[in-house]
Design a binder for this molecule. Structure first.
Ligand code: NDP
Length: 326
């Protein structure tokens, strides 16, 4: 038997609860993992509360992240005792995920836990930190350097935003952090933000072009915020878009793209190929300011993940939630 959060629904009811499950109930896969830590992401909160169509089949174990130890493996790349990590590939959406003590997954979805990070630290980073790194990588592969000027991070005190601030600052970028929580200004400054702005400056409908402000941006908010971010990006600047905390819509004009050459770069963490995943995680293990992990993350137990999901969607969680599933 193992413990897991199980989401099920009927015609009238959508329910998430901690249940005892049998190993035989695990889905098909060639590697069974004893999970040590998981995490709670925005997508997991949507899945647990039913506020977004994340879960594609029922019953479902949520959790898009897991880190743990291989228990048995039919994949020659992994042996019992190996420390592994998994983000995305549809776990917690179409295949049972990480908010459980066991998972059975396809070996090709796993990567070895990077040297220098234990399971708890890897889950403090989780999909959010990994996505922040993918954003940084796409900005740099399009030519961004610290000399180009300030880089804006929206949703700055959330999971993606906190890591984006920390990683950019560590590489020498001047970071502007947009937040709706002025009380977190000290936290964002500790992570390396040089300037804090009120997210209200960006979240209402704005003009097609605004005064040029930042050389680049990492946006996890979408909607009017992303439109205004693009409108205030400097000529030939770059915007990495990865999230929708304000909304899935993009009520923008093409003006920044055709009049200023601004480039909008989409980032999808779920189906990145193995080599890019490994590169991103190896960079995280080398470049992360490990001291920031404690400030960014807090740990909860499996059953606490259910009430915490609503708080996360309400924007009441700072940084990241690590889940000790045991
Ligand atoms: P969090 O909830 O931790 O952070 C989101 C932050 O956005 C909040 O902390 C808040 O920051 C800000 N925010 C929330 N609501 C609003 C609003 N209405 N208007 C403006 N800002 C708002 O979530 P994550 O960081 O884990 O994820 C952020 C987004 O990125 C989500 O939409 C998620 O689905 C997406 N994502 C996408 C991935 C991909 O593969 N593309 C991977 C990972 C995440 P503050 O209080 O500082 O203003």
């Amino acid at each position: 038997m193992f413990k897991a959060i199980l989401i099920d629904r009927s015609n009238t009811d959508y329910q998430a609860e901690v249940r005892n499950l049998e190993e035989e109930e695990l889905p098909d896969g060639d590697v069974t993992v004893r999970i040590v830590h998981s995490s709670l992401n925005y997508k997991d909160a949507l899945a647990i509360t039913g506020k977004g169509p994340v879960v594609r089949s029922f019953p479902m174990v949520p959790g898009i992240d897991l880190a743990g130890v291989v228990e048995s493996s039919g994949d020659p790349a992994y042996a019992p005792g190996d420390h592994v990590l998994l983000n995305g590939w549809g776990i917690g959406e179409t295949h049972w995920g990480g908010l459980a003590q066991r998972a059975r997954v396809r070996g090709e979805w796993l990567i070895p836990l990077p040297a220098g990070l234990d399971e708890r630290q890897a889950m403090a980073v989780g999909t959010a930190g990994y996505t922040a790194m993918l954003c940084l990588m796409v900005l740099e592969s399009n030519g961004l350097t610290p000399e180009d000027g300030e880089v804006l991070v929206t949703g700055a005190s959330g999971g993606v935003g906190s890591f984006a601030v920390s990683l950019l600052a560590r590489r020498g970028y001047s970071v502007v952090a947009a937040t709706g929580r002025p009380s977190e200004a000290g936290y964002l400054q500790r992570l390396g933000a040089g300037t804090i702005i009120d997210r209200a400056e960006l979240s209402e409908p704005g003009r097609p072009l605004a005064k040029e402000r930042w050389a680049a941006a990492i946006d996890s908010v979408g909607s009017h915020t992303l439109a205004n971010v693009c409108a205030a990006t400097r000529s030939e600047g770059l915007v990495a878009a990865c999230g929708m905390a304000q909304g899935l819509d993009f009520p923008a004009s093409v003006a920044p793209f055709i009049l200023r050459g601004v480039r909008l770069l989409g980032v999808n963490s779920v189906t990145q190929p193995y080599t890019r995943r490994k590169t991103a995680w190896e960079r995280l293990s080398r470049e992360l300011h490990l001291a920031h992990l404690e400030d960014i993350s807090q740990e909860i137990g499996l059953s606490e993940a259910i009430p915490t999901a609503s708080k996360l969607l309400d924007g009441r969680i700072r940084g990241r939630i690590v889940v000790d599933v045991n």
